[in-house]
Design a protein around this ligand. Sequence first.
Ligand code: ACO
Length: 427
Amino acid sequence: MAKKTMTLIDNRTGKEYEYPILEGTRGPAAVDMRSFYKESGIFSYDPGFTSTASCRSQITFINGEKGELRYRGIPIEELATGHSYLEVCHLLLEGELPTEDELTAFDLELRHRSFLPEGLVKLFEMMPDSAHPMSALSAGVTALSSFYYEHLKLESDADYREMAHRIIAKMPTLAAFAYRHSIGATYIYPDIDRSFTENFLYMLRAYPGGKMHRDPDGHRKIKPIEVAALDTIFTLHADHEQNASTTVVRSVASTGAHPYVAISSGIAALWGRAHGGANESVIEQLKMIGNVENVDKFIARAKDPNDPFRLMGFGHRVYKNFDPRARILKTLQDQLREELDLDSELMRIAQRIEEIALNDEYFIQRKLYPNIDFYSGIILTALGLPRSMFTPIFVIGRTVGWIAQWIEFRKDPEAKIARPRQLYVGK
Ligand code: ACO
């Protein structure tokens, strides 16, 4: 039988170094190079970690070439169409989908934990009205660490669970309060008679006293199709293995800091336009393009190597065929378009960009496809959600993934403080 090792030869000296190859259950194997520097005095150079596995994980699997995504082994298509976001949260945290009783207990617990400590609400008052909800959200999550400081030391599984459920339950409330402060509106407290996802829409949209906006023909309720669409968006964002923000969360975890501070750092990392901030940028860009006739001009700019302009919502570090989440959202977008009778210039521009880019050599050669943010921005706009809340909505969905990864890291006997090395080229 062939040896499961890889030999590296330093061609300057002819010296050989042999390393074990670790097999995963799915996806590429990894060369275990932990002792490489100690043995050779050489670092490996991999900016952006394009070829580096930083951990063993059992949570999420991606095959970028096949456009495959699984949470705990279950394909995303099955989860997005057949299960609720709360079921997916249970799956990510516990490794199994919940039974009916487990789901009821989990749902009720999250409803009851959805309130914020009243002192924390004052934090929003200190922010200028113009504060982007992402900065208020990140600050709010950091502040939570002082209200629940005891989570610094987690001993039993029950402790881990309480910490995880608390942050998942409070994130929509923090996001909704951050938004209401940014528009100078009264805070709407959670309504425990509403589901996780409906409650979030309620806190964004309601008037004091639990009233909803009235149309001339009566009450305008939160439509079930809106709740279902947002629930699917949360599921599609729930985890994505070792992406930039999750890597930040794990790195902060590696120093022994409080879990909520690690999540807050993840929020900061997600905010950037190259990551979760792209959904907001997609809409800004579609507005800038203005109408369908201008699309060709902007496609030409995206292709021009001397122009820094990039098509927001296109391209992905891992998906080089298609983004399976984008496919699900494309179907959802078409369904919403029909059922809510939506049509807008933005949707027409988006459709034109998609048509051109999918048939253009530049995009085909570089394997650039619409990613999740391309469609989520369009769907959230269609649902009437404010643009500044697109990335906070990503945060709400991703919180469970970050927490599951944080817990996995803290329980991993091989985990070490994150401390990359460098190739020094200075004086
Ligand atoms: N528009 C035009 N050209 C692009 C785009 C784009 N959106 N994305 C990549 N390219 C080009 C690059 O210019 C480069 O071309 P070159 O080979 O001629 O130099 C080539 O494609 C490879 O690009 P890289 O930046 O090396 O690819 P990388 O994997 O490092 O980047 C990223 C991935 C950051 C997502 C990039 O595609 C991008 O900036 N996309 C736009 C922002 C976006 O939509 N982000 C959301 C990602 S999904 C998420 O985080 C949830």
